[in-house]
Design a protein around this ligand. Structure first.
Ligand code: GTB
Length: 216
């Protein structure tokens, strides 16, 4: 059955791979699953056809036959459940990998998103300069904790899993800020994720969309 995902027609990051379709593309590449992409404008995302797939009018979505999903974490989990390579077979190891997926989107991603909010959405507010260091410190706390747990391991719990895919995807959002560089072991962890051939293919695919848009 054909898998179709949605992505930005014109991603605000200009093809840096920071939008959330990249993690879905990456999971599909790790699983060796071909997929098609429907590109959407910001306007199309808020139209009824897309709202039927995604109640919040966002990307990414995932369609496969009768199944339609939204939320990148749920989509990656679905791919990992259906195909080999992203979740261990051992039930306890599998549960731990899933725990890391939740940790990525529920514990590590929120302060990182706050940074984006304070920079780009609240940047012109009189209190933005005061709020910024608080947000940065919250991120540092999480990165210190994550770095302590990772230690000198390659991945968070044994072999690479969907937990690492989500965590690396979340941490990538920090690259432009320079904060990741303060934690060399996490920067190396992210680089290991980026070096995976499946990530490279996913990155190239989303970058090609941006390049095509620039050329048009
Ligand atoms: N919790 C949802 C998920 O994980 O799938 C969040 C989905 C989401 O935020 N989607 C964003 C979207 O559709 C795109 S990824 N926004 C349009 C809208 O809400 O109207 C977020 C994103 C956007 C831009 C950059 N960037 O430019 O760097 C990075 C990430």
């Amino acid at each position: 059955m054909t898998i179709t995902i949605t992505a930005f027609e014109n991603s605000p990051d200009g093809g840096k791979g920071l939008a959330r379709d990249t993690r879905v593309r990456w999971a599909l590449e790790e699983a060796g699953q071909p997929y098609e992409v429907r590109l959407l404008s910001f306007r199309a995302m808020k139209e009824p056809a897309h709202l039927g797939l995604h109640p919040f009018g966002q990307i990414p979505t995932y369609e496969e036959g009768e199944l339609a999903l939204f939320e990148s974490g749920a989509i990656v989990f679905h791919i990992a459940e259906r195909h080999a390579g992203l979740l261990p077979h051992d039930p306890d190891a599998r549960a731990r990998a899933i725990t890391w997926m939740f940790a990525a989107i529920n514990t590590v991603e929120p302060p990182i998103l706050e940074l984006v909010t304070v920079k780009f959405i609240e940047g012109d507010k009189p209190w933005a300069a005061e709020r910024m260091p608080l947000v940065v410190e919250r991120i540092r706390t999480r990165l210190r904790q994550l770095s302590a747990r990772l230690g000198d391991a390659d991945w968070l719990d044994g072999a690479f899993s969907a937990g690492d895919l989500m965590m690396v995807s979340v941490l990538l959002r920090l690259k432009p800020s320079g904060i990741l560089g303060e934690f060399p072991s996490l920067a190396a962890y992210v680089a290991r994720g980026e070096a995976r051939p499946a990530y490279q293919r996913a990155y190239a695919a989303q970058a090609a969309v941006a390049a095509g848009h620039r050329a048009a």
